[in-house]
Write a protein that binds this ligand. Sequence first.
Ligand SMILES: Cc1ncc(COP(=O)(O)O)c(C=O)c1O
Length: 379
Amino acid sequence: MPPRIYLDNAATSWPKPPEVVEAVRKYMTECGAPAGRSAYASAQQVERDVADARRAVARLLRADDPRQVIFTANGTDSLNLALHGLLRGGDHVVTTVLEHNSVLRPLHALQSSGVEVEHVRCGANTIVDPADIRSAIRPNTKLIALVHASNVTGSVQPFEEVYEIARKHDVPVLLDAAQSLGHLPIEVAGRSGLLVAAPGHKALGGPLGVGILYASPDVPLAPTRQGGTGTKSQEPQQPDSWPDRFESGNHNVPAILGLAAGIRFADQHPHELQSLHAKLVAGLDTVAGISIYGSPDERVGVVSFNVAGWQAQEVAAMLDAAHAIEARAGYLCAPLVHPLLGSEAGGVVRLSLGRFNTADQVNLAVAALTEIAASSASF
Ligand SMILES: Cc1ncc(COP(=O)(O)O)c(C=O)c1O
């Protein structure tokens, strides 16, 4: 069997930088104490390390105050906190057909509490028109939830224009940066009415099990769960102070420290996916029977397509079984965009690049797909 080629970095990045693995190993083997709970020396050290990690995320986002950075379990957890922490019955939300189920499903659940949801459509380029977002805003619109880069096609959405419209209408924006943070710059300094949700385990290179939610200080976010924070422990109610207000229970310390190491690594080893992405698209473009979807942005490394004569899942299974190429196929947890792409019967095949993929791996993927496309044409 040829060596394994991992092309599922949009799900979670792999391999992780050695510094991330080392940070997790060091904590697990040399410390292991909880953060923010106890006064003994190792626990105090962990508390400082978690605070450093929070500052690293704040610096990455150019946030004025690290306390506005909330650690969560993953991107889904961050989005749930934002949506359930902000929306109440009678509120209206503008979102898009490009969203991931981690936005669509919480919004669906909130509809039973009287929240109204409007999904703005996009064209075949899978980019929403900010004018359509503007037209969808109503007097009771309390949030615009926008994916920054589609996890299906990799298209980057016009966040700046949407944010400007939202400010004019005094509506907060929730940016789902799951596929963009770590690839594209996101700056929150001095901005009000903004929430940014992201996993720590994708382009930032951290381990699974950590996410972040940034919320600007003016956003009236309520906690969605209560419990021990290690602060004001004699009081029955949840503390008001950020981020404790949202961070009940023990932190996932190894993942948080790994995330901090991932951010440091990315700082010291800047990496661009453009040329690899361009090579992959150019290669696939030459294969008869392959059609690529949307307007993939070269910076986020996501390319989706179908191969004539094969179901998306069949293509992924053949890539894995015969070529050891690991790709994702199906609806990719973003069901509403497929009717617009014409991929509602089985979804798409997605190859997603990461910082450790090579030009050779891209060549092998194109060669494998050429073989698969030809085998369909031949019967
Ligand atoms: C656009 C988008 N939003 C949210 C998520 C959820 O992130 P997580 O897997 O960390 O829960 C994903 C994950 O693939 C995603 O692609």
